[in-house]
Design a protein around this ligand. Structure first.
Ligand SMILES: NC(=O)c1ccc[n+]([C@@H]2O[C@H](COP(=O)([O-])OP(=O)(O)OC[C@H]3O[C@@H](n4cnc5c(N)ncnc54)[C@H](O)[C@@H]3O)[C@@H](O)[C@H]2O)c1
Length: 301
């Protein structure tokens, strides 16, 4: 197995525990790696690399757009050369501000204006989807697009804007758990270990080629309830405080009130059922944060 990651937001330690004799790690960008890999050496591709996290997207809009569009374009062209089955990671963000809950794959999407950089992520991922489906249509490339909905789990970090690891790090440190906005917004969280198990199934099934799938949990929780759950699950005494969006992300930040997937399509295709409860995920995330080096813990608070 070849893992390519330029470690812009990733961490080499995340591969701890992987069987090293079966793993080649290339610390470089996707497009650089493709220059030294022959298409005949590769059986299938899981393209997960991207600029991610609300904080990062707002701070670095150029890098977000370029990474998400150019790297995906490069890997799709590479796959098309030798018809290598490829899975492209997309996101629930592509639904934008739609209020039609739950979100189904063929629903219309609603975006804010380009003057708000937070929409760069959604638009760049939507372009990735168009490109992937165009390769299926024009080149018969066996491609599957997966829209992930708030996937969480051990080794995730909070410093780029991911809410659950941010809450867990604060709870462990006894620091205030900061809930942005009124806390009544809802999200559905799904454990990464449930999700990764389903990806090879999607790629192996020829009837899924050219398909677009929501993947995650469809059980919503309010963010203020999530903060309480984290605090209680970890026996923390952290106060829970509300922080206005403007202070967290700057003037005019547009958040989405509710985000919940319609999972009919993925269930029919794979029988997907999320198995891991949220409290288990919180405890495992906390265990990892607690037992990793103090430097990585500090950087997530
Ligand atoms: N976790 C979620 O809730 C979620 C939700 C929606 C979509 N996604 C998508 O799933 C994928 C994985 O996200 P994640 O949550 O595991 O985030 P992550 O930050 O752990 O993974 C992204 C990885 O891509 C690497 N990377 C960035 N630019 C690169 C480049 N040019 N070349 C090589 N590597 C590069 C980063 O270093 C990082 O390790 C992404 O495509 C993301 O958009 C995730």
């Amino acid at each position: 197995m070849v893992v390519v990651d330029d470690l812009t937001t990733g961490c080499r330690g995340n591969l701890e525990g992987a069987n090293d004799s079966h793993l080649t790690f290339m610390e470089m960008s996707v497009s650089q790696a493709l220059r030294s890999l022959g298409p005949s050496e590769i059986d299938e591709i899981y393209h997960l690399a991207a600029a991610v996290g609300v904080r990062l997207v707002i701070d670095r809009p150029i890098g977000t757009i370029e990474t998400n569009v150019l790297q995906t374009s490069a890997v799709l062209n590479f796959a098309a050369e030798a018809t290598i089955p490829i899975l492209i990671a997309s996101t629930s963000e592509v639904y934008g501000k739609s209020t039609q809950i739950p979100f189904a794959e063929d629903d219309d999407v609603v975006y804010g204006p380009p003057s708000q950089s937070r929409w760069a992520y959604a638009c760049s991922k939507a372009i990735d989807e168009h490109l992937a489906l165009a390769h299926y249509q024009q080149n018969d490339l066996p491609v599957v697009v997966v829209r992930f909905f708030n996937i969480v789990g051990p080794r995730q970090v909070g410093r780029y804007g991911m809410v659950l690891p941010r809450f867990v790090a604060s709870a462990l440190a006894g620091a205030p758990i900061e809930v942005y906005g009124d806390g009544r917004q809802t999200r559905c969280f799904c454990d990464v270990r449930d999700v990764v198990a389903i990806l090879p199934k999607l790629l192996a099934d020829p009837t899924c080629a050219g398909g677009l799938f929501n993947l995650g949990s469809d059980q919503p929780i309010e963010i203020r309830a999530l903060a309480e759950l984290v605090r209680d699950a970890l026996g923390s005494r952290s106060p829970i405080v509300k922080v206005p969006y403007d202070r967290a992300y700057g003037q005019g930040f547009d958040d989405l009130r509710h985000r919940q997937p319609d999972l009919t399509r993925i269930r029919q295709a794979t029988g997907f059922v999320a198995q891991t409860g949220l409290v288990q995920t919180i405890r495992d995330l906390a265990y990892e944060l607690d037992h990793r080096s103090s430097s990585s813990l500090e950087s997530t608070v």
